[in-house]
Design a protein around this ligand. Structure first.
Ligand SMILES: Nc1nc2c(ncn2[C@@H]2O[C@H](COP(=O)(O)OP(=O)(O)O)[C@@H](OP(=O)(O)OP(=O)(O)O)[C@H]2O)c(=O)[nH]1
Ligand SMILES: [Mn+2]
Length: 183
């Protein structure tokens, strides 16, 4: 999408994304016992990226929008018409096909990670950092210790195939996996 890089436009475009995602996720909660509003997750994913020095607006937009199609009634067409073809493409790359069995979806994340675009890899790395930190903070309702452990082990396999994308994000992940003795 054509946009100037002036701070005014950047903030206007970014805020439009946050507002859209907040409306779409408004009835959703995280799985923690506090039932944290779901929107905390996409905002936190974008924040992880800005803290790592990433200023690519399309990446930050896609981070905010990354779970709208997977987890709400949002369509890719809607994303494209509001935010343009590049943001749509990144969101599409990080969206799991929920019609597939879970095991297959998880396997495909490992298999496809290395083939993603640079922009999509950044969103995937930050998504994993957020979710792994969240698991370190507290166990989701109904998750056993074993399920948490399996998530760490699976996430490591996905992240191994995203290597060479961003040093800062990858060093955060290295620390998390080291803390959890996943190797
Ligand atoms: N750690 C944690 N995760 C929570 C919580 N609430 C919701 N989630 C979401 O749960 C997903 C991970 O749970 P799984 O059982 O492995 O996956 P599934 O939802 O796709 O079946 C993540 O989806 P995702 O963001 O699409 O990422 P991905 O894991 O599928 O890559 C994560 O955002 C929570 O309180 N803690
Ligand atoms: Mn996510």
């Amino acid at each position: 999408m054509e946009h100037s890089s002036s701070p005014q436009n950047f903030i206007t475009i970014y805020t439009k994304c946050i507002n859209f995602a907040a409306i779409k996720h408004r009835n959703q909660r995280r799985l923690d016992s506090d039932e944290t509003p779901y929107i905390n997750h996409p905002i936190g994913v974008a924040y992880i990226l800005t803290e790592a020095g990433i200023t690519d607006l399309e990446v930050l937009q896609a981070a905010i929008l990354h779970d709208t199609v997977e987890d709400t009634d949002t369509s890719f067409e809607e994303i494209e018409s509001l935010f343009g073809p590049t943001v749509r493409a990144i969101v599409q790359e990080v969206t799991d096909d929920k019609s597939l069995p879970k095991q297959e979806r998880k396997r495909l994340q490992i298999e496809h990670a290395s083939k993603k675009s640079h922009q999509a890899k950044l969103v995937k790395l930050a998504d994993k950092i957020y979710n792994l930190r969240d698991l370190q903070r507290c166990k989701p309702k109904n998750w056993t210790n074993e399920r948490c452990r399996e998530y760490f082990i699976w996430a490591k396999k996905v992240c191994d195939n995203l290597k060479g994308t961003n040093e800062s994000l990858e060093s955060i992940l290295d620390d998390i996996f080291r803390q959890e003795n996943v190797n």
